[in-house]
Design a protein around this ligand. Structure first.
Ligand code: NAD
Length: 326
């Protein structure tokens, strides 16, 4: 079944515009899912970078069942924007997070777009209403924000608005679902979407705790990864605190802890990333990660992520089997 689906997808082209950290990761995932992948970048060297990235991540994609040893995609690299987008149904835009650069790119690409092409921007936090200004016809662009690395982290945050053509979101959702992604839909526009706001809130306090000398950066990181971070990977904060209230659920939790939370919220830090603050964080993160190279750290992160994702997949399968046996 998967092979039949993949054969059908081989004729469907996805174009990655901006083949950096996020673009290459998307490209690997789309290729593994069976799409024909085009890549466009303003810098030379994309073909070699993409091929080496594919070699690096293929074993991981195989482990997750997203690729097989026979998955050997050809990445079609071009430095011509017309060639990159012409006749393409789905474009994942991944150029740097600068509004002016994205608007200029959209103006360049629009004359060559198919009338029903979907342009999904990976933007981490720009507003769709600002990005739509780059198009004469703004009805085909949507926010589709992944989390790094997109080939491993399931989440994609989707946001459209009243200018978006009907059906565009459905197309995007079905494409991401074919790649094994988990999508959420934002109901209204907000700077930095949902997940980056949550990350910003947590990181702000993590920085404050380090700068204020409450704990070392290493211990602050450990407090997340060995504590609540582990739980957040299996249930969100609300579902977890619903359990924290015992049989009384979230209401009981709120009743027990609301005064405490009000005190804690008032006491949270508001650090600034000054040069001194950055120097301290960088020095402490160096101590934390030791002399491991960037590649070694990435491999460490990815092997742990794969272990968690596999455990969750197995758990889902076990639950499905036990339900069907009942
Ligand atoms: N880095 C993250 O953790 C992360 C996570 C999720 C989403 N994003 C978003 O993804 C997008 C890309 O981020 P990144 O981290 O991959 O950046 P990056 O700098 O690693 O890659 C950007 C690529 O775009 C190319 N580029 C620049 N201008 C271009 C243009 N006009 N036309 C074509 N190519 C161009 C660059 O040469 C580079 O290869 C941003 O919008 C960012 O907010 C980043």
């Amino acid at each position: 079944m998967l092979d039949i689906l993949k054969n059908e997808l081989a004729n469907k082209v996805v174009s990655i515009v901006g083949a950096g950290l996020i673009g290459r990761s998307w490209a690997a995932l789309f290729a593994a899912a069976g799409f024909t992948v085009k890549l466009y970048d303003s810098q030379p060297g994309t073909k070699a970078l993409m091929e080496s990235f594919w070699t690096e991540v293929k074993p991981t994609l195989i482990e997750l069942g997203l690729a097989t040893s026979n998955t050997n995609p050809t990445f079609h690299v071009t430095n011509d924007i017309k060639e990159a987008v012409i006749d393409v149904d789905f474009i994942q835009e991944c150029i740097p997070e600068r509004l002016d650069a994205k608007l200029a790119l959209y103006q360049q690409m629009e004359p060559y777009l198919k009338s029903n092409a979907v342009i999904a921007t990976s933007s981490s936090g720009l507003k769709l209403s600002d990005l739509q200004a780059g198009f004469k016809d703004p009805s085909r662009i949507i926010i589709a924000h992944p989390f790094n690395p997109p080939h491993l982290i399931p989440l994609v945050e989707l946001y459209t608005n009243e200018k978006t053509a009907s059906g565009v979101l459905d197309v995007a959702e079905s494409i991401y679902s074919l790649c094994g992604k988990v999508t959420i839909r934002l109901k209204k526009e907000v700077l930095a979407h949902v997940a980056n706001r949550l990350q910003a809130a947590l990181w702000r306090e993590a920085i404050h705790l380090v700068l204020d000398g409450v704990a070392s950066l290493k211990d602050v990181d450990l407090a997340v990864s060995a504590g609540p971070g582990l739980r957040w990977g299996v249930m969100g904060p609300h579902a977890l605190l619903n359990l924290g209230g015992g049989e009384g659920g979230l209401r009981a939790y709120c009743q027990q802890f609301r005064d405490s939370y009000h005190l804690w919220w008032d006491d949270l830090g508001k650090p600034q990333l000054t040069d001194e603050a950055i120097d301290k964080l960088v020095a402490e993160v160096k101590e934390h990660v030791g002399d491991k190279t960037y590649l070694e750290l990435k491999q460490d992160r990815d092997s742990k992520l794969v272990a968690v994702l596999q455990a969750l997949q197995n758990n889902k399968l076990k639950n499905q089997l036990s339900r069907s046996a009942q």
